[in-house]
Write a protein that binds this ligand. Structure first.
Ligand SMILES: Cc1cc2nc3c(=O)[nH]c(=O)nc-3n(C[C@H](O)[C@H](O)[C@H](O)COP(=O)(O)OP(=O)(O)OC[C@H]3O[C@@H](n4cnc5c(N)ncnc54)[C@H](O)[C@@H]3O)c2cc1C
Length: 388
């Protein structure tokens, strides 16, 4: 198979020389673990103390990993990526809110994004996190099958109502919805809600997509069982397949509380599990639509290979690839250049509010050492190519 991801000219065609330099500088910094730790502490402190650091954050990490502070602010980036055939998924990245107002604001924002998506070919999905619609601790209690107080039961009804309003609007406008996966101690509650929405709104095609984190060893069985239920109840499945973002937290909690870790024993097992979920879905494409959210080149090549083996059209809308904005442009832009459906998650929100997201990106890139090294070597290769 052609190693299409090596083409740095296509990968970075949208980056000016100075943007290329900024990306190189940024990944160099991110590769330095003590620096990231210190930077995180200092930034958290500066934000809490209301020091004027937003300009600095915006000019560096924010602009690299985010599209803007609002939907409209993201449009130039959306249009620019679309000029190369890469879709955007507007990701409202405000996290960790625990009162009703922000939960209703999140609903309002997502509903607005669905209207946006309807109008823009460049944006094929809307996306949100289950915990954007309900208190994390309420999800946790429902997940643990705890008895809810009367107030909590009403609150949970409001969570369901927000979700239902969103899915209904998506269904009415024929806009597809990706719902992110979070920590395992709230995920069963989210899965049950999302499955009930699939049952209601995925009768003809996959509108509602849940996310499967394949670092969990139980997810392939879950997918197969979901498939059986979908066949029986006559609905389609939409899934975003990812490896999973909370591994350390999951392992640490399982150890602390003395239960079996939900995470695969090692990276190789996660990789095999990820590829198995993709293969199972591709083998059942009439019932299952997938969005492969990954920066792993081999997983992308494997999916391309499967599509070729089965003669599946590159533009078949049951299959899409996804990466995060600011990462793995060599995958996204080369996939679109080769004719596949590909989208980048484009986070947005006020600078202060997206800080937890940015910190996770910095920490993830620091801990996934291989990935940062890869970004750096590709940026280096492109700098060299441009100087020739
Ligand atoms: C478009 C998109 C959407 C996403 N949505 C979500 C989401 O909704 N929820 C979510 O949790 N994450 C989400 N992620 C993040 C994703 O789960 C991964 O953390 C990230 O993409 C890195 O994995 P990778 O497949 O790109 O590749 P790789 O770099 O090959 O894999 C790294 C991943 O492998 C796993 N891993 C690493 N070491 C081990 C080990 N020792 N044992 C077992 N497993 C290991 C971990 O999951 C780690 O993140 C999303 C990513 C993308 C690109």
């Amino acid at each position: 198979m052609d190693r299409i991801f090596e083409d740095t000219e296509t990968a970075f065609a949208l980056k000016s020389d100075s943007e290329l330099e900024r990306a190189y500088f940024l990944f160099k910094m991110i590769a330095n673990e003590p620096l990231v730790k210190m930077g995180t502490l200092m930034t958290n402190f500066a934000i809490k103390a209301h020091l004027p650091v937003e300009g600095l954050i915006r000019a560096t990490v924010f602009d690299h990993f985010c599209g803007g502070v609002s939907e409209d602010d993201c449009l130039p980036v959306v249009d620019k990526m679309w000029s190369k055939g890469v879709h955007s998924v507007l990701d409202y990245s405000v996290e960790g809110k625990d009162t009703e107002d922000p939960l209703d604001n999140a609903l309002h924002t997502i509903l607005k994004i669905i209207d946006f998506v309807k109008e823009k070919e460049a944006i094929p999905f809307a996306v949100f996190k289950p915990s954007a619609y309900g208190r994390f601790s309420l999800f946790k209690k429902v997940n643990a099958k705890g008895k809810l107080t009367e107030d909590e039961a009403l609150e949970w009804k409001r969570v369901i109502s927000r979700l239902d309003k969103t899915c209904k609007k998506a269904y009415d406008l024929d806009v597809r919805l990706l719902i992110d996966a979070e920590e395992s101690w709230i995920q069963d509650a989210a899965d049950d809600l999302i499955e009930s929405m699939m049952m209601k709104y995925n009768k003809k095609r996959a509108i509602v997509f849940n996310t499967l984190q394949m670092y969990r060893w139980d997810r392939l069985d879950y997918l197969k069982a979901l498939h059986e239920r979908a066949k029986k109840e006559n609905f389609k499945i939409g899934i975003k397949v990812v490896r999973g973002a909370y591994m350390e937290k999951e392992r640490e909690r399982a150890e602390r509380k003395g239960y079996k870790s939900p995470i695969c024993s090692d990276k190789r097992a996660t990789d095999a599990n990820f590829d198995a979920a993709i293969e199972y879905s591709v083998n059942n494409l009439a019932d299952i639509s997938i969005f492969a959210g990954t920066h792993n080149e081999e997983s992308c090549y494997r999916l391309i290979e499967l599509m070729e083996e089965k003669g599946i059209d590159k533009r078949d809308d049951h299959i899409g690839f996804g990466q995060l904005f600011g990462m793995s442009d060599h995958i996204s832009f080369n996939l679109s250049h080769a004719g596949f459906n590909v989208a980048k998650y484009l986070p947005f929100g006020p600078v202060r509010d997206v800080m937890p997201y940015l910190i996770r990106r910095a920490e993830e890139n620091t801990s996934v050492a291989g990935q940062t090294t890869r970004e750096l070597s590709l940026l280096k290769k492109e700098r060299k190519r441009r100087k020739m």
